[in-house]
Write a protein that binds this ligand. Structure first.
Ligand SMILES: C[S@@+](CC[C@H](N)C(=O)[O-])C[C@H]1O[C@@H](n2cnc3c(N)ncnc32)[C@H](O)[C@@H]1O
Length: 252
């Protein structure tokens, strides 16, 4: 991969400080509505577990779902691996909502929850099916028997459009952001190469990032839930079009 082609364009790890700054603005401009999604997930959780009053949002990013979950549940917490994303989440959630630094494969919190979410394809950032199995086991270990897990996958291998091009131009009163992306399939993963240009009163800066997302199969998710003691099903569609895995932790 030719990365970067332009000497002024700085390569960055995904979800670093520059990316965190424009992440939510760009997806909101596309129509993503984290609040509506969180309310819909709340309804799905309560349909399976009417008593649900506590929720853990894993890979909570900038905390946009988590802030809405905090309105819907009596107790909420988040886990996030990227410091810049976690910092933004901490700045927006209510005082009682902890946002832990952590990796979904190794997290160990000192309580159990009625519900757990892992949304906007975060689990696909895990590199192998074995990592997915480990992470879903860790997630299930934080859910009470009868509690609900909701995991939004990335595309399944048969649905991914190899060579997909993305483009966004966002204008606000004090900023212009452009995001151009190219996705290719490399073995069992999507390599999403993104070039960002951000202009504000201080000038123009450019950076690139590479997001690698595993193309896990539907069966790999379902097998991971089963191994973690959960009864799972896949709901196609949902608000993002990628569907949701909804799982209930078995008793015992
Ligand atoms: C596409 S963002 C989604 C964030 C948030 N859930 C949302 O809806 O905006 C993916 C997030 O997963 C986080 N992430 C990736 N791998 C992780 C891991 N192993 N453990 C915890 N968080 C992880 C990233 O840092 C990033 O914030």
């Amino acid at each position: 991969m030719n990365l970067p082609r332009d000497p002024d364009t700085v390569p960055q790890a995904a979800f670093g400080p520059d990316h965190a700054e424009v992440y939510e603005l760009t997806y909101r401009h596309r129509g993503k509505n984290w609040e509506e999604e969180a309310r819909d997930v709340t309804a799905i959780v309560r349909a399976h577990c009417p008593r649900a009053d506590s929720l853990l949002d894993v890979a909570c990013g900038t905390g946009a779902h988590l802030a809405e979950f905090a309105r819907q549940f009596g107790h909420t917490e988040g886990v996030e691996i990227a410091p810049a994303m976690r910092q933004r989440a901490l700045g927006r959630v209510p005082a009682g909502t902890a946002v832990h630094a952590g990796d979904m494969r190794t997290m160990r919190l000192d309580r159990h929850f009625d519900a757990l979410t892992c949304l906007f394809t975060s689990a696909a950032f895990l590199p192998t099916p074995a990592d997915l199995t480990t992470a879903i086991r860790r997630m299930a270990a934080h859910v009470l028997p009868g509690g609900v897990l909701v995991v939004e996958p990335w595309y399944f291998p048969e649905d991914f459009l190899d060579g997909y091009l993305g483009g966004d131009l966002v204008r606000t009163p004090d900023r212009v952001v452009s995001r151009v992306s190219h996705s290719v399939r490399r073995a069992d993963a999507t390599h999403l190469h993104v070039e960002w240009t951000v202009a504000d009163s201080s000038g123009i800066r450019r950076f690139t990032e590479l997001e690698v997302m595993s193309l896990f199969t539907r069966e790999e998710y379902l097998t991971a839930f089963d191994a973690a003691g959960c009864e799972a099903h896949y709901r196609p569609g949902w608000l993002t079009g990628r569907g949701l895995f909804v799982a209930v932790r078995r008793p015992g």
